[in-house]
Design a binder for this molecule. Structure first.
Ligand code: CIR
Length: 257
């Protein structure tokens, strides 16, 4: 199976209020200036991968708004505006809806009582995997699958425990391969793929982003890095320390299409 190619990305600048974003991590408060620099480096990396990057203004009313991935699911044929679960994140979709409107002809939405966040949605070819998490419920997943089917894609749900989002624990690497955390490694869904497992003390590294010929990878996870280098991937390492303090990974910071 070939690797999905991207030409564009949407990101949002970090807002100062990100220091009060939602978190379960016990890693302290993010440093705003450092977060800005790390975000700039992320945008540079997307450009290096050949993407045109739309940068949305910081949104102070929404502390978690830098994590744009959760507000939409974008494909080459259509986009779906999601319905995040935390109250503080629900109205993030209003401004994302306006941006998406200018870029996609076919747009669908997730409606109450469904909840769904893009971090729970992973695509491999025409197949989408949707994690059932504290953020994405069965009704949200059902609605997404029905939207996807309308455009010729397929969707399967994945039962999960422990992880915030599906992509906290698994990432597509292209060419039929995935990077996977121990907690999902036995899932039947992923057995057909070539699996590279991250070390158990490096579980944060399981969230990475394949963008064209590069792999965006979090800095500071040497064992997993070595496995990927040995497998022939071109890594761009990025310092994610400030976003990690809010449970955010590399994929959360952009929508790619
Ligand atoms: C949240 O809890 O919603 C944010 N602090 C982190 C969202 C991370 N998003 C993602 O993994 N797609």
């Amino acid at each position: 199976m070939s690797t999905e190619q991207f030409s564009q990305a949407i990101v949002r600048k970090p807002c100062y209020s990100l220091t009060s974003g939602i978190t379960t991590a016990d890693l302290g408060t993010p440093d705003f200036q450092k977060a800005l620099l790390q975000h700039d480096a992320y945008v540079d990396a997307l450009r290096l991968c050949g993407l045109k990057v739309t940068i949305l203004e910081a949104d102070e009313d929404h502390p978690d708004s830098v994590f744009v991935e959760d507000t939409a699911v974008v494909t080459d044929r259509m986009a779906v505006i999601t319905r995040p679960s935390p109250k503080s994140r629900q109205s993030e979709v209003i401004s994302m809806g306006k941006t998406i409107n200018g870029l996609f002809q076919e747009i669908r939405t997730i409606e109450a009582p469904g909840t769904l966040e893009g971090g729970d949605v992973m695509r491999i070819g025409r197949q989408f995997y949707i994690g059932l998490s504290e953020r994405t419920n069965k009704e949200g997943a059902r609605q997404l699958v029905s939207h996807l089917q309308e455009f010729g894609y397929a969707g399967n749900t994945v039962e999960m425990e422990e992880l915030l989002h599906l992509k906290t624990g698994v990432s597509t690497l292209g060419n039929n391969s995935i990077l996977i955390d121990r907690r999902l490694a036995n899932s039947e869904h992923f057995k057909p793929y070539q699996r590279i497992q991250v070390d158990s003390e490096e579980s944060y590294a399981a969230n990475c982003v394949r963008v064209n010929k590069y792999l965006l990878f979090a800095k500071g996870y040497p064992k997993s890095k070595q496995k990927l280098v040995d497998a022939g991937f071109n890594l761009i390492e990025l310092d994610m320390s400030e976003f990690r303090k809010l449970d955010g990974g590399l994929s959360c910071l952009s929508l790619r299409f």
